[in-house]
Write a protein that binds this ligand. Structure first.
Ligand code: SF4
Length: 330
């Protein structure tokens, strides 16, 4: 009953999206990775651009990491792009360039977790693995009355078991997409469409007046505040860039020379030209930009001198791109 109702709803309400109806596992993979942390509207153009630039596994594997990051620029969570590039090489080396068609092999690709592996396996290969994302955690909690904390692994396992019970062998991809779509457009976190919902008569949350209480989520940890000071040195239309390295955000992206401090005060004796803020999942970045005309550029060994016009060729964090856009488009 749950399955039939859900699939009927999906048939009537599914949105037309560029990756919908796609059965090329490579393109399904790209769409799923993009959508992991990105809204559909923003991901749409990136998906089209990414698949135009790298239409298959081989072209992605052949590209340099820098080229891949450049196409990904602005989308955030850059480890997704780095992992995809790595995984494309894995497919070339370990699977002779053919996208693996077993769940376990897909799951072993870098950056592919349970959810993504199940989504690819079910949509591209018709394998009955439930893909449980935030939308699915919410709708199953509400409809079936799961009142445990969804941050707990045991709750996720419980919800996966419920999905396993209902996923049909003949349409596992549609079932997974229907669950996600139902959560994304109907049983939304706020103001779900309960009065017109096909589950209104059986939904636990609706019957128990607990729609706003489910799913149960424990309090989030407060994000860490960080204070970045970017020095935009200019000499003769050239500047200095450095590549971010180490185990930190924005690895392998380029930026102006950076000083990080523990508080939000400007660097001593300097006045910032612009201040910008970027909110990430676990961090809030407060960035100050200092434009400084200098007589000579003195890069460190790990820094490079580039023409101001050439900066566009380097993959950069969103906050840098925003600063440059404002500085040069105005
Ligand atoms: S009745 Fe409301 S809470 Fe229940 S599944 Fe439908 S939209 Fe979600």
């Amino acid at each position: 009953m749950f399955t039939d109702t859900l699939l009927t709803w999906y048939e009537e309400h599914r949105r037309s999206l560029p990756w919908r109806g796609e059965n090329d596992p490579y393109k399904i993979w790209v769409s799923e990775i993009i959508l992991q942390q990105t809204r559909v509207q923003q991901g749409w153009d990136y998906y089209l651009c990414f698949t135009a630039q790298f239409p298959d596994v081989a072209s992605l594997a052949e590209a340099s990491e820098e080229q891949v990051l450049r196409v990904w620029q602005g989308l955030g969570y850059y480890s997704r792009a780095r992992n995809m590039h790595f995984a494309a090489c894995q497919i070339m080396n370990e699977h002779e360039g053919v996208f693996p068609n077993h769940y376990e092999d897909i799951r072993r690709l870098k950056g592919v977790g349970d959810y993504t592996a199940a989504a690819i396996a079910s949509i591209a290969f018709g394998l009955p693995y439930p893909a449980v994302d935030g939308n699915v955690l919410r709708i199953i909690s509400r409809i079936f009355g799961v009142t445990d904390d969804i941050a707990q692994l045991s709750t996720r396992k419980k919800i996966t078991r419920i999905c396993q019970e209902y996923i049909p062998d003949n349409a596992p991809g549609d079932f997974n997409q229907a669950c996600m779509e139902f959560g994304a457009v109907w049983c939304t976190p706020k103001n779900p469409h309960c009065p017109d919902c096909p589950f209104v008569k059986t939904c636990y949350a609706f019957k128990h007046n607990s729609v706003n209480d489910l799913p149960v989520k424990r309090d989030k940890i407060a994000p860490k505040e960080r204070y970045f000071h970017y020095l935009f040195y200019i000499n003769n239309n050239s500047t200095i860039l450095e590549k971010r390295t180490g185990n930190d955000i924005w690895r392998n992206l380029y930026q102006f020379p950076l000083q990080e401090t523990n508080d939000n005060l400007p660097l001593k004796g300097k006045k910032p030209t612009r201040e910008l803020k970027e909110i990430l999942t676990h961090q809030i970045i407060h960035a100050k930009f200092y434009v400084q005309k200098v007589k000579e550029l003195s890069p460190r060994k790990d820094q490079i001198v580039v023409g101001v016009d050439q900066m566009v060729d380097y993959p950069m964090p969103k906050i840098m791109v925003q600063f440059l856009k404002e500085a040069f488009d105005s």
